[in-house]
Design a protein around this ligand. Structure first.
Ligand code: ADP
Ligand code: MG
Length: 154
């Protein structure tokens, strides 16, 4: 499913929309956020985390690798793998323990093995002054979410 995002507000709105389409209990969901630097991965993640009830800063996890949020609908873990060069490093950041929440992963290409464990893949691309988003389901329940969201587009 493709969605045109002409400005930052559209990216934020799409983040909220995705959160609304997810089940109440976010535990165990993994969402991959791909796209080059400045494409809007963090903007999208921040919007989703704020829509889930967090109202404070959403710092970049570039150095900490994981920023946790404990929210009414469950935990959200904002993960940034930019600095990860070896899939083994996932174990050191405690990846497996993050399955009690929703993992939002920037730079998932650093750990290609994640694709088989993930539910959704969002790719953001530059498109003139704006962006275009492509959301794909990677699991059965992920496909279900894409279908739900597609009903509101086109
Ligand atoms: N749909 C959009 N159109 C134009 N600019 C956008 C859009 N979405 C986000 N932006 C802007 O692009 C930049 C994206 O930065 P960021 O979210 O940190 O990207 P990334 O995490 O992918 O490196 C921000 O300056 C944001 O305001
Ligand atoms: Mg980022």
């Amino acid at each position: 499913m493709k969605r045109s995002l002409p400005d930052e507000t559209a990216t934020i709105e799409f983040g909220r929309e995705l959160l609304d389409a997810l089940p109440d209990n976010l535990a165990g969901w993994t969402i991959l956020l791909s796209g080059e630097l400045g494409a809007g991965k963090s903007t999208f993640a921040r919007a989703l985390i704020r829509a889930a009830g967090h109202d404070g800063a959403v710092p970049s996890p570039t150095y900490t690798l994981v920023e946790p949020y404990h929210l009414a609908r469950g935990n959200i873990y904002h993960v940034d793998l930019y600095r990860v060069s070896d899939e083994e490093e996932l174990r050191y950041l405690g990846w497996n323990e993050l399955d009690d929440g929703c993992r939002l992963v920037e730079w998932p290409d650093r750990a290609p093995g994640l694709t088989s464990q993930a539910d959704l893949s969002l790719t953001l691309r530059y498109d003139g002054d704006g962006r275009v988003a492509e959301l794909a389901g990677l699991s059965d329940r992920g496909h279900g979410i894409v279908l739900r969201l597609s009903q509101f587009t086109d």
